[in-house]
Design a protein around this ligand. Structure first.
Ligand SMILES: C[S@@+](CC[C@H](N)C(=O)[O-])C[C@H]1O[C@@H](n2cnc3c(N)ncnc32)[C@H](O)[C@@H]1O
Length: 248
């Protein structure tokens, strides 16, 4: 029986890697590293760098190419097929390198619970027992970087995607909205009055860039900064918190 350890590694700062993560990685028989292609190769590099820092045991490491996602009209169908293909890539790589492995580890960006499909993909391999080591999420890294609380006193928080915000506007009744996976500027689709934004790109990484203020004052600066950074680095990951009302 193989145990698959999904190890949250935080959002790009090697110091985010917890003691529990370090223990799980060192106890693994095999660690799988995804290769996603040129544009995001630095994330694979970062995983290698983390391993170089934390591995004290002679753990075998195997890289696998993440299969490309088909461009088909049926979005959910395409994602399902893609997840099947990734599960096959995992089992193929385990079979090729350590078919006898008792413990296999995958390093998951941030934490596996937040906008990540690793847990869903793992259910496709029923022979595996899944264990999770929690990691620091990009949302925690954002609120820490700005030194703000996630919620205001006794109010709920909505976590959503750029596409949802763009397509459906401000979630009804929300006070605080955290937005991830935004292809760029979904906040321009909402009414900015009385709204504050705390934005961060590459949060936790050396390139970390933060901006905040009333949305009507800083929206243009965030858009311009985002395009400049994206052009300079060739890729970008950003996240932001929006809050309405006086209690900022
Ligand atoms: C597929 S989700 C993965 C989230 C991850 N599991 C987590 O716990 O944060 C990717 C999104 O997370 C956010 N993100 C991840 N790392 C980030 C970082 N270092 N800086 C800013 N946003 C980040 C961005 O919104 C990005 O589009």
């Amino acid at each position: 029986m193989t145990t698959l350890w999904l190890v949250g590694i935080g959002t790009g700062n090697p110091d985010h890697v917890t003691g529990a993560a370090i223990r799980a990685l060192n106890a693994a028989d095999l660690i799988l590293i995804p290769r996603k292609g040129e544009a995001r190769s630095d994330l694979a590099d970062l995983r290698r760098q983390i391993l170089a820092q934390v591995l004290t045991a002679p753990v075998q490491v195997a890289e696998y190419d993440v299969p490309p996602r088909a461009d088909q009209d049926d979005y959910l169908g395409a994602v399902n097929d893609w997840h099947d293909a990734i599960a096959q890539a995992w089992s193929g790589t385990i079979g090729a390198h350590r078919p006898d492995a008792a413990n296999v580890a995958l390093m998951v960006w941030g934490d596996p619970s937040l906008y990540d499909s690793t847990l869903r993909i793992a259910t496709r391999l029923p022979g595996l027992t899944v264990r999770v080591i929690p990691g620091i999420t990009s949302l925690q890294a954002l609120t820490a970087a700005h030194a703000i609380p996630l919620n205001t006193l006794a109010t709920p928080v909505t976590i959503t995607t750029g596409r949802q915000l763009r397509d459906h506007g401000w979630p009804e009744g929300a006070t605080t909205v955290a937005v991830m996976l935004d292809k760029g500027g979904a906040f321009t689709a909402i009414e900015p009055i009385d709204t504050h934004i705390w934005w961060g790109a590459y949060v936790g990484m050396p390139e970390e860039t933060l901006l905040h203020g009333p949305l009507s004052d800083v929206a243009g600066e965030i858009l311009a900064t985002r395009s400049r950074l994206r052009a300079a680095h060739g890729w970008i990951m950003d996240i932001y918190l929006l809050r309405r009302g006086d209690d900022v």
